[in-house]
Design a protein around this ligand. Structure first.
Ligand code: KIV
Length: 284
């Protein structure tokens, strides 16, 4: 395991103050958490996108707290030093402030997360404030908020028009006032992201498909390595074709087993002659 120092909230704000971009990725399992730890990723989001990327659902809505806790625990085991954020799943915070605080607390107590993230703006500011008052660092999420995709008219860019953009600016302010340490802007125009980033005083801004002006960037891990088969969003750059490499390996495996060239002696375990002879004698 690396000797990396634990990422803390003051260390993240220090980066922001020095103008150093924050790196953030989603992650859902132990081996990927281990790799992201080695790569020195600052913030890891165990996103409820795991419903789609890991569990094969068509949306994030069926994801449960139990799913989130199980995956967050695995990521934490792989990445002890990143700033780990548990994503509040659908209906774990919408019903009431109390529900929100209880579910946020589970991420901290059961999965050793450092913070939580929830979707929504002005209308969720009381949930945000309650969680922060309970001593739990919380991140907001504006723009395309997948849990409300139906109400938003699908997975599309948000805030292109001035009126909608103004509402997003107001929501960012409400979340900041409620105590959010950071706000994720997903799929809003770069200029809107710039306006919100310039206005942020007590929190920092992370962009997912919202351009270069934020304090940091987030990508969905499966998109950046060609691991999600259904589609590749425009905003995702592919940093490595891991999906293709794995598929080629799987095809070679099928060929070698079928052609009886796998396994080779290196891949199995022998037994001393005398033990084998004794076994045959015992079986007579
Ligand atoms: O669940 C998730 O991974 C997210 C991202 C889309 C930001 O919330």
């Amino acid at each position: 395991m690396s000797e990396r120092k634990k990422v803390t909230l003051p260390a993240l704000f220090d980066k922001v103050a020095k103008g150093q971009p924050i790196t953030m990725l989603t992650c859902y399992d132990y081996p990927t958490g281990y790799l992201q730890e080695q790569a020195g990723i600052d913030m890891i989001l165990v996103g409820d996108s795991l419903g789609m990327t890991m569990l094969g659902y068509e949306s994030t809505l069926p994801v449960t707290m139990e799913d989130m806790i199980r995956h967050s625990q695995a990521v934490r085991r792989g990445s002890p030093n990143s700033w780990l954020i548990g994503d509040m799943p659908y209906m774990s915070y919408q019903p009431s402030v109390e529900t929100a605080i209880r579910c946020a607390g589970r991420f901290m107590a059961e999965a050793a997360c450092d913070a939580i993230k929830l979707e929504g703006g002005v209308e969720m500011a009381d949930r945000m404030a309650g969680i922060v008052r309970a001593g739990i660092p919380a991140m907001g999420h504006l723009g395309l908020t997948p849990q409300s995709a139906s109400a938003l008219g699908g997975f599309r860019v948000q805030g292109k028009g001035a009126l909608q953009a103004k509402r997003i600016v107001e929501s960012a302010r409400a979340l900041e006032e409620a105590g959010a340490f950071a706000i994720l802007l997903e799929m809003v125009p770069d200029r809107l992201c710039k306006v919100i980033t310039e206005r942020a005083e007590k929190c920092f801004i992370i962009s997912l498909g919202s351009g270069p002006h934020a304090h940091g960037q987030l990508l969905i891990y499966h998109d950046m390595f060609g691991l999600y088969p259904r589609f590749k969003p425009k905003m995702a750059k592919v940093f490595g074709e891991a999906g293709r490499v794995i598929l080629e390996g799987l095809q070679r495996y099928v060929d070698e087993v079928t052609g009886r060239t796998f396994p080779q002696p290196d891949n199995w375990f022998g037994m001393p002659d005398e033990e084998y002879d004794e076994l045959l004698r015992l079986l007579k």
